[in-house]
Design a protein around this ligand. Structure first.
Ligand SMILES: [Zn+2]
Length: 369
């Protein structure tokens, strides 16, 4: 597992570099071909190809024809530019492997291959046909893969997501917040700050008043966060600004709160006379609520027990592609990937001794679902 992880990490794959992502896609496909899987590339002209792997190939399953498949989700892309590996080379130290993307989520790509190996080794093939869908743009919001993900999910009975686990004991992610970005565009009226300031409408002042109103939507107890993250406005130090913009990061735990916050955003009205307020954007990933993951989680919990370890569960503040599949009502369990820490940072690492354990858990799920 370590050798393969080193090879995948060495094959750098930033989302915006098609050639690089495709190179990793080919390396991963070559490994699956050795395991006699059926490989398809969902080709894209401007961005990396997605990789769809059907395994075991040619399986004739009654259950799996239309809706009974298992979908395993992951992504090929990382947040690191090509060359980042020179600064943070793949290395192993005290039982941990370090390198760009090692945890998010090249470890997951390795786990999937070894889960398939484990099942083939004991000649215990899954009851349902399994599709592994490795996409190329998860790190930038999955705009070019959401359709493919939803299409596969609709013919699946369960979705298993190999995103990193949470914490040192490898908690599974049974809930994920809905996430989104909204932009508030404010238009006022320009005027000379010295000659006729009162004839202007100060867009920055309006932005400040709106910001104050928006942050009151925060509700930590319900897990609702509305965070202004970017602000822009004005043109010159002596001009009353005619325009200002505010970007807001949105996160909530439930579909109800998602609708409520969106409604409140749409109903923002100007505070200063003469100002205009436009709201763009909103939530892009719906929440993964526990109703979607509970049954799969207790199944995984039981399997882990039989395998001699335990798994916990947690809420993740960030979204993943599991949010899309859960929103379709397809049972979804997330965080089945590697155990480690430091995603998206130079300190990114996985615990090597946990890799076989995670592969065993995934193999167990594939064999028994
Ligand atoms: Zn990821």
């Amino acid at each position: 597992m370590e050798r393969l992880l080193k090879r995948f990490v060495g094959c750098e794959s930033p989302t915006d570099d098609k050639e690089a992502v495709d190179r990793l896609g080919h390396a991963v496909a070559a490994e699956w071909r050795k395991r006699r899987a059926k490989i398809e590339y969902l080709t894209r002209r401007e961005a990396g190809n997605h990789l769809r792997i059907s395994w075991p190939a040619g399986a004739t399953h009654k259950a799996g024809a239309s809706t009974g498949r298992i979908l395993v989700l992951g992504h090929l892309d990382t947040v690191y530019d090509v060359g980042a590996i020179r600064g943070i080379p793949f290395r192993v130290s005290r039982g941990r492997a370090f390198g760009p993307g090692v945890f998010d989520m090249k470890g997951g790509l390795v786990i999937a291959l070894f889960a398939a190996d484990a099942l083939a080794h004991v000649n215990w093939l899954p009851r349902r046909p399994v599709t592994f869908l490795w996409t190329s743009d998860e790190e930038t919001g999955s705009k070019g893969s959401q359709d493919a993900i939803e299409q596969e999910a609709r013919r699946s009975a369960a979705v298993l997501v190999l995103e990193p686990a949470n914490g040192p004991d490898g908690q599974l992610k049974t809930r994920r917040k809905a996430t989104g970005t909204a932009e508030i565009v404010i238009r006022g009226r320009a005027a000379h700050a010295g000659l006729n300031p009162n004839e202007g409408v100060n867009a920055i002042r309006e932005l400040a008043l709106q910001t104050e109103r928006l942050v009151r939507l925060n509700d930590p107890r319900r897990g609702v966060t509305v965070s202004p993250t970017l602000a822009q406005g004005g043109t010159r130090s002596n001009v009353i600004p005619a325009e200002a913009r505010l970007t807001i990061d949105l996160r909530v735990e439930t579909r109800d709160d998602m609708r409520r916050i969106e409604r409140q955003l749409r109903s923002l009205r100007p505070i200063l006379p003469g100002a205009r307020v436009t709201v763009k954007g909103g939530f892009s990933r719906p929440p993964l609520e526990r109703t979607a993951s509970a049954a799969l989680f207790s199944h995984a919990e039981q399997l882990a027990k039989e395998l001699g370890f335990s798994v916990g569960e947690c809420l993740a503040g960030g979204g993943s592609d599991g949010n899309f599949t859960a929103a379709l009502g397809v049972p979804t369990l997330d965080g089945l990937g590697a155990i480690g820490k430091g995603a998206h940072s130079p300190d990114e690492q996985v615990i090597l001794s946990a890799l076989p354990q995670r592969a065993a858990l995934l193999a167990g799920l594939l064999a028994t679902l």
